[in-house]
Design a binder for this molecule. Structure first.
Ligand code: N2P
Length: 347
């Protein structure tokens, strides 16, 4: 995307451009939608003199496609765990040695040495969370659904057309694999077919596949059930008290998102400054308070809003953590099976 377009986007989003900001240059941030508060970006602009332009995406796969298509002009982008690994392997990332940054000492284990980038040469942590589903208890038969992926994949007939799945192949495929007890990286066409059948059977129950606007869609009671990230679920509950976020008993995908610099970024120094700044407890806490997700920075919970700190969906108990299923980076064979399921499903 051209900088002028980014600029107008940022203006539309209400970011301030001060004279000093122009002097220190710019930072083009490409983040998930609704995933960083404008006020925090404004404060960064004020403290650093760097003007931030924000553009947004809705899945790891769209981010990858964008970078592979040769998008230039982004200085910081925000891939999840498995996608960091893919991007490293594809040579799409700058080496940033995040582990040598001043604030890196605050990164808690295990995210100081994650499998996808064990020395933190290319990435620094942003938020972490899980992907379950939310339902509106005031509108489901009997007021309660089983804590199982079954409730989402084969919902009660009364929910027909009132269920939404994320428009995200990785998230939907992983959830289906967990429910069916299939390896998320299966290379067996028979197992992939089982996932296909489950998703095809679910499709007539769905209103749509969409990863954006999940909070508003639930709060407006346009739909009754939504596959959702836990932070979005927390935000949904701020207005819709009857919203219940489910940690399915079969397991729940666990993810963590990361700040990285794409190869050839023009404002590398500003990007490094931003990444280190985001590892300050107060700054990352402000992002958590807005997004409703936890983070890996020691001392940040002291700045959390009380209800965020108290919410087990965000600060999970040991029993809940036992249900976490981390993402794996699958083989090309597994990915092509998965992508075929998706293409067929979306036809
Ligand atoms: C928020 C995006 C959450 C990121 N809209 C999930 N990895």
């Amino acid at each position: 995307m051209k900088v002028c377009k980014l600029h107008s986007l940022a203006l539309a989003a209400g970011l301030l451009v001060s004279a000093s900001a122009m002097a220190a240059g710019e930072l083009n941030l490409y983040n998930w939608s609704d995933y960083i508060p404008q006020d925090l970006l404004k404060r960064f602009e004020k403290e650093s003199g760097i003007k931030v332009n924000l553009d947004v995406f809705d899945s790891n796969e769209s981010l990858l496609a964008k970078l592979k298509a040769g998008a230039k002009g982004y200085d910081v982008v925000v891939p999840s765990d498995y996608m960091v690994k893919i991007m490293i392997e594809e040579g799409l990332l700058e080496k940033i040695d995040a582990s040598k940054m001043a604030n890196f000492k605050l990164v808690e284990a295990p995210l100081n040495k994650p499998d996808f980038d064990p020395k933190r040469e290319y990435s620094a942590p942003y938020m972490w969370g899980v992907t379950g589903f939310t339902y509106d208890a005031s509108r489901v038969p009997g007021g309660k659904l089983d804590n199982s992926w079954k409730s989402f994949f084969t919902p009660p007939a009364a929910l027909k057309g009132k269920v939404v799945a994320l428009n995200d192949v990785a998230e939907l495929y992983k959830a289906a694999a967990i429910y069916l007890k299939v390896d998320q990286c299966t290379e067996d066409p028979k197992q992939a077919k089982r996932i296909q059948d489950l998703l095809e059977a679910q499709k007539p129950m769905l209103a749509m596949y969409n990863s954006d606007g999940t909070i508003e869609r639930m709060q407006a009671q346009e739909v009754i059930m939504h596959q959702q990230w836990n932070g979005a679920a927390y935000r949904t509950r701020q207005k819709l008290k009857s919203a219940v976020f489910v940690y399915p008993k079969e397991g729940i995908p666990f993810w963590n998102d990361n700040l990285v610099i794409p190869k050839g970024a023009k404002n590398r120094d500003n990007a490094l400054k931003f990444i280190n700044w985001m590892m300050e407890p107060k700054n990352i806490a402000e992002a958590s308070n807005f997004t409703g997700y936890n983070n890996a920075i020691k001392g940040s919970t002291a700045f959390f809003k009380a209800d965020l700190k108290a919410d087990p969906a965000i600060n999970p108990t040991a029993a809940m953590r036992a249900l976490f299923v981390p993402s794996k980076t699958c083989s090309a064979k597994a990915n092509s099976l998965r992508d075929r399921v998706w293409t067929k499903l979306k036809k």
